[in-house]
Design a protein around this ligand. Structure first.
Ligand code: SF4
Length: 252
């Protein structure tokens, strides 16, 4: 199957089966989503959803977070990964929102990336989820799953994956394809043990095609070797049995 066919089947399958895929982070407005996405770097959405209710209660606006001390914010997020850095980033981000962006979350990737703690991936999430830009944020799931399915080729960096996906996906698809790939990676195409046996898209997955064709060939080869060995064994036994008969005849 060629790459274009894989893209076609990918879009068709997920448009039909997950037309409403969306982020699993809990948020009520763009500011809260920005906070949640910054916190979610190298951490699970489940963990972030556990800490954000109290955090949003205490700091409901950019202004309130901008006035907070890093230590106080740290107290609310100590159970997420890299809490020290993230606490600093959150306070810095809120200060810049207030001072530079009139307390509004900016809409463009360039402006978003000026905020502390906001890299290309986070900027793409905000731009696509809040402002419906056709951007595609590449996290570890997107990177892995796109490669396994065969949507990307030799893409060594998140930026390379992003470019290949944007080039090949229909123009109205990237923002939802991001969620399709994340959810598939989170629940089916797991990093260490992808659940290929129950995966509904294995029929157009390159990884499946490669690994299962190889496995099937290996199995056939093993059976062939066994058959040859069995035949040789049978021939040897026949020979011994004939020899024994012959000797028995001579003795009689
Ligand atoms: S078949 Fe396996 S590798 Fe391919 S997408 Fe499904 S789970 Fe991932």
């Amino acid at each position: 199957m060629n790459k274009q066919d894989r893209y076609k089947h990918f879009v068709e399958y997920f448009s039909t089966h997950q037309p409403g895929a969306e982020t699993e982070l809990h948020y009520g407005n763009p500011y809260e989503l920005l906070v949640a996405v910054i916190l979610s770097a190298q951490c699970t959405d489940k963990r972030i959803n556990q800490v954000t209710p109290a955090l949003f209660d205490r700091f409901p606006t950019p202004e309130s977070l901008a006035e907070a001390s890093v230590d106080e914010v740290f107290g609310y997020i100590r159970s997420v990964s890299y809490p020290n850095n993230k606490a600093k980033h959150l306070v810095g981000m809120a200060k810049m929102l207030v001072d530079v962006f009139n307390s509004e979350v900016p809409a463009t990737q360039d402006e978003l990336q000026k905020l502390p703690g906001v890299g290309r991936k986070t900027a793409n999430v905000i731009a696509s989820v809040v402002y419906e830009a056709q951007a595609i944020a590449v996290d570890t799931h997107v990177f892995r799953v796109a490669n396994r399915i065969g949507l990307t080729t030799n893409a060594k960096t998140p930026l390379a994956v992003e470019k290949q996906l944007l080039k090949n996906l229909p123009p109205d698809v990237p923002r939802i394809a991001h969620h399709w790939l994340i959810l598939h990676g989170r629940y089916v195409c797991l990093a260490r043990n992808p659940k290929c046996e129950i995966c509904p898209i294995s029929w157009f997955c390159k990884y499946y095609e490669r690994t299962h064709t190889e496995a099937a060939l290996q199995k056939a080869e093993t059976l062939k070797i066994k058959k040859v060995k069995d035949q040789k064994k049978k021939a040897a036994l026949n020979k011994i049995s004939k020899e024994l008969k012959k000797r028995g005849g001579n003795n009689g």
